[in-house]
Design a protein around this ligand. Sequence first.
Ligand SMILES: *[C@@H]1O[C@H](CO)[C@@H](O)[C@H](O)[C@H]1NC(C)=O
Ligand SMILES: *[C@@H]1O[C@H](CO)[C@@H](O)[C@H](O)[C@H]1NC(C)=O
Ligand SMILES: *[C@@H]1O[C@H](CO)[C@@H](O)[C@H](O)[C@H]1NC(C)=O
Length: 330
Amino acid sequence: MDCARHEMMVPVLFLVILQASTIYSGHSLQYYHTAVSAPGHGLPQYSSVGYVDGIQIKTYNSDTNRTVPVAQWMERLESDYWEGETENGKRAQAAYKINVMVAMDRYNQTGGFHSFQVMYGCELMDDGSTSGYWQYGYDGKDFLALDTERGVYYPLTDRAQRSAQRWNSPMVQAGERAKYYLQTECIKWLREYIEFGKEELDRRVPPEVKVSSQQSDGVSKLHCQVYGFYPRDVDVIWKRNGIEIPFDETKQVLPNTDGTYQITVTVEVLPDEREKYSCHVDHSSLNETLIVTWDNKEYITRHSYLIFAAVSLVFLFGHVVGMKMKCSGE
Ligand SMILES: *[C@@H]1O[C@H](CO)[C@@H](O)[C@H](O)[C@H]1NC(C)=O
Ligand SMILES: *[C@@H]1O[C@H](CO)[C@@H](O)[C@H](O)[C@H]1NC(C)=O
Ligand SMILES: *[C@@H]1O[C@H](CO)[C@@H](O)[C@H](O)[C@H]1NC(C)=O
């Protein structure tokens, strides 16, 4: 697991694109491949990780040269499958070794530590519609992306222009092949995986929701903590007097070790307006939006802690003073 986290450190830059702003019901299959010019930074020279619904299902890396299951339910796939995936991994490893060298060449680099990454995947919605994406990065920056309608790659930086031309050339037609893969093979495999993992993937665990308040540096905040839910997709918004408060930052859903997820969304408020706010949570496990407001009992509790603290301080202070007096009396 630790190793996998390392592998994910570099691709994190891209992840923002994948964040869905509203809940959706469907499934996704995603792949991340990372190749580096030289071993280092805790990364194997090449690694790939597959995800279904954001959960790691399998991984390959150049330290082991094998594709192995990560999600337990993937172990149900037969050994033929794993042999085939291991062969695919070895082929990709060789191809990515070249990709890194080509990218270095595009940037006139002759040495140093460089990384070449790809992320691609497809989604299958409950209404049967599908979509896909395919994108390359070099040294943590965007490099090339696929126009999934036209089946052509377009450069995301000047340096990628020659690569795009080459990949789109009639000889190579890499974009066409990627488009075809996303529309057919990717969806076919996604359906297969969700069949194997359906007990786990189709379960619905409703969230617990808690609203708490915090004051620091003269600023009042309300936190809406939403936790213990599955699947990952959730919509959490704050309303003031029933009107939605726009939110600029990315709302980050975090995984829990038990396979559920959590998220906290915070608003700044005026201290005497806390009652005007409500947190609204939509999740596929819920029949209707869960609405939670700030419960000012919590505030009273905090107050009594403060009083308790103050009393303790007086007690301590008195004690110390008493001791001092005793000492000086001697
Ligand atoms: C994995 O494959 C690479 C390239 O073929 C080879 O150099 C390396 O020794 C292999 N490693 C293992 C552990 O088999
Ligand atoms: C890279 O090298 C080529 C050939 O030597 C040169 O024409 C080009 O200007 C160089 N590009 C950069 C960004 O250094
Ligand atoms: C949601 O609705 C279904 C069917 O109407 C019902 O069986 C279920 O108990 C409801 N769940 C909740 C959490 O209200």
